[in-house]
Design a binder for this molecule. Sequence first.
Ligand SMILES: Cc1cc2nc3c(=O)[nH]c(=O)nc-3n(C[C@H](O)[C@H](O)[C@H](O)COP(=O)(O)OP(=O)(O)OC[C@H]3O[C@@H](n4cnc5c(N)ncnc54)[C@H](O)[C@@H]3O)c2cc1C
Length: 287
Amino acid sequence: MNDFHFHTPDTLEEAAALLAQYDGNAKLIAGGTALTTLLKQSLVQPEHLVSLHRVKGHDAIEHSGGALHIGALATQRSVERSETVKQHAPLLAEAYRRVATVRVRNVATVGGGIAHADPAMDPPPSLLILGASVKLLSSKGERTVALADLYTDYYETTMEPDEIVTELEVPDQPAGSSWTYIKYLPRTADDYATVSVAAIGVLDGGKVADVRVGLGALGPTAIRATALEDAVRGTTPTHDSLHEASQSVLEIVDPIDDPRGSAGYKRDMSAVFARRAMEQVLGVATG
Ligand SMILES: Cc1cc2nc3c(=O)[nH]c(=O)nc-3n(C[C@H](O)[C@H](O)[C@H](O)COP(=O)(O)OP(=O)(O)OC[C@H]3O[C@@H](n4cnc5c(N)ncnc54)[C@H](O)[C@@H]3O)c2cc1C
């Protein structure tokens, strides 16, 4: 680990000013659960660390205007446990519940998790299909980016080095929707996913009125399975029709070999878990 200067601003505006001042040579640290590992392995070597631990506020979880507004300094555990989140977007509460362990979730923040941009993280597939967006602050001002436009590659985002995630905005889950988050992990319960699928479904008169499917750990970023959604929307779903439609995800996944599974295995499992997720949210018995 390299030596660094440690800064403890009292406000996000002061933090943004420090990031601008050190122009690419500073990293934010919030919970520190991901960054500490990167520092220890010298995968990042900033000259300055800008800590958010003295910043007050920005951790509220509120609901207004048909959306959840979650402060970037809220812990992931607080999202998992929030009755407001459970009421308006139960899929999201479940996605955060599946992150690592209680010890990690008690410290890890929502903003740190968004910025870390590991494609095997649990929240992004759900955030993607819920249409979430993030608010960013820098010394130049504020902007809002849709989660669908945030992630570009492994650990890469469209955020500038001097931008701070201040809030996550998540529209309500559709009324009357069924939902599921399948996290397949054959090693330990606190591991990252080998394959994950988040799905939402709404039936109307036996036909699919709305279906959304997000995939995790299956490429450089979380992926929305839009071709699959288009093939299923408006149909009367059966095991066979969902099996056939789910094959389309094989065209959009691009997993890598890693200790959690081979690329070929993950690719095969992507269609299996996409089908199972749709069967669950569309009330179709598994064949
Ligand atoms: C043992 C272990 C197991 C894990 N397992 C899982 C898992 O199963 N599923 C899963 O989803 N995740 C998992 N994680 C990852 C975990 O979710 C992240 O470590 C956590 O979300 C990072 O949050 P943090 O507040 O600790 O961020 P930090 O470690 O403080 O920062 C992470 C990155 O975000 C940047 N950053 C922090 N806050 C902000 C902000 N407000 N704005 C802009 N940039 C910011 C930092 O500069 C850094 O680049 C695991 C982590 C550990 C240590």
